[in-house]
Design a protein around this ligand. Structure first.
Ligand SMILES: [Cu+2]
Length: 179
């Protein structure tokens, strides 16, 4: 399941539960006041249980969907066999090395020497593959496994001044060794 589908599912589930809560309150509001105290008591019990169920559902849903969160820990090295140092500046990228192997994980260590930039990686067919922020004073780790060899493009995807549009660089993904 794609991340977008997981988020949509969580959002829809939450929206349905909240809607049910509203429907319950609206239905309660329309009932005649026969035994107000007992009804209020039952209503509070029902709402308390609903609240606990909702909290548990969100805890379980969050754990189930985010335990394989695709963003690696930022405070330790990912252990990826390949690393690329990526430094942005107005208005260019420096990538070292600029050749990597397909089929094994690469860790981009992304930073910038001036302002915020967006580190967007585009496949040879123009489709965006992965991205992260480039921030002065921070190194953001972005891991990815390239399946297809080819010339990939890094394009700044956060407006950073007059040279933003052509702020790009390329790197080559080589076919896995032994092929
Ligand atoms: Cu930019």
């Amino acid at each position: 399941m794609k991340n977008q589908d997981v988020i949509l599912t969580i959002w829809l589930t939450g929206a349905v539960l909240i809607s049910l809560g509203f429907i319950f309150v609206i239905r309660q509001a329309g009932q005649p006041d026969t035994d107000a105290a007992a009804r209020v008591h039952a209503s509070h019990q029902w709402q308390g249980r609903l609240f606990i169920v909702m909290v548990l559902a969100f805890i379980v849903g969050t754990w189930a969907t985010l335990r394989t969160f695709p963003i690696p820990r930022q405070d330790v090295a990912s252990g990826a066999p390949q690393t690329v140092e990526a430094v942005g500046r107005m208005w260019s990228w420096e990538l070292r090395p600029d050749k990597i192997d397909a089929g094994s994980m690469v860790e981009f260590r992304v930073t910038t020497v001036d302002v915020n930039h967006g580190f967007g990686v585009y496949a040879p067919d123009g489709r965006i593959v992965t991205q992260t922020q480039a921030m002065p004073g921070y190194t953001n780790r972005l891991v990815h496994i390239f399946a297809e060899p080819g010339i990939y493009t890094v394009q700044c995807i956060e407006y950073c001044g007059v040279g933003h549009g052509p702020m790009r660089a390329t790197f080559e993904v080589l076919a896995p060794r032994g092929q």
